[in-house]
Structures are given as structure tokens and as C-alpha cells.
Design a binder for this molecule. Structure first.
Ligand SMILES: [Cu+2]
Length: 138
């Protein structure tokens, strides 16, 4: 098998392995522990070429929103993690091909830094938690 074939096979196995926890996570999220929103929005963040999603984009979420971050390391030969220190969120350090899921409720409005603790200068971006005019108008 070529390197690429082995890699995609590994990826497939990983996908199967994470499918069950994701399903369970869904059931978990629907148990009613989330105060504002019953829907959980999934944001996929991929570490590759020493960036998050190519450009370290600003992610916006709405106050009260339940968010699931699926963080995947697709950077061959590099370890990465995802940390949002101000919100107390942190994935384990992932090897290439590994994936981690963080679920949280956006309970604090403001601007927060997300970064990789191993490459905090090149892998750094902003997470905005904004108030929703729709919620405020209700
Ligand atoms: Cu990194």
C-alpha cells in the first residue's frame, strides 16, 4: 500500500471509531442539560500546514448557543492541540490523523483567543461570542 492509501485507511478507521461517540454525544446533548438551545451546532476545525482551517478564521457563536467543536489534526508529522484558555477548553495534544470533540455552551459574551499550545504564534485565532438580537427581542 502506498503512504496515501494507508493514510486514508487510517482515516476511515478513525471515522468509524468516532462515529459512535458522536452519536452518543448527540443523545447526551438532548438530555436537557443545555439551558438555551436544543440544537448543537458543529464546527469543524482542521489543523493543517501549521494553521487552523487554512487561515485561522474568526469563529462566531451566539450567546447561549450549544456548540460542538470537532478538532482534527491533518498535519503530517506535526502534533497540535486546540486551547481556548479563557473558556477553560482544551483538547488533548493530537497526533496526525487524530480527532477530538469539545462540547460547550457559549455562556460568556466577548472575544476569546483560540490557539495551539505547541505553536501559539502561527496557530492562533479569535472566537467571538455575540449576543443575539433575536433572543434580545423576544
Ligand atoms: Cu500546533
Amino acid at each position: 500500500m502506498s503512504q496515501i492509501q494507508i493514510k486514508s485507511l487510517r482515516y476511515l478507521i478513525l471515522t468509524v471509531l468516532i462515529a459512535l461517540p458522536l452519536l452518543l454525544g448527540n443523545i447526551f446533548a438532548q438530555r436537557g442539560s443545555l439551558e438555551f438551545d436544543t440544537d448543537v451546532r458543529t464546527i469543524v476545525i482542521i489543523a493543517k500546514d501549521m494553521k487552523f482551517n487554512q487561515t485561522n478564521p474568526t469563529f462566531e457563536m451566539v450567546y447561549g448557543e450549544a456548540v460542538r467543536i470537532v478538532f482534527r489534526n491533518e498535519d503530517a508529522g506535526m502534533k497540535h492541540d486546540l486551547v481556548i484558555e479563557e473558556l477553560g477548553l482544551r483538547t488533548p495534544v493530537l497526533q496526525p490523523g487524530q480527532e477530538a470533540v469539545i462540547e460547550f455552551l457559549a455562556q460568556t459574551e466577548g472575544s476569546f483567543v483560540y490557539f495551539c499550545s505547541i505553536h501559539p504564534i502561527s496557530m492562533r485565532g479569535t472566537l467571538l461570542v455575540i449576543s443575539s438580537p433575536m433572543i434580545a427581542g423576544n
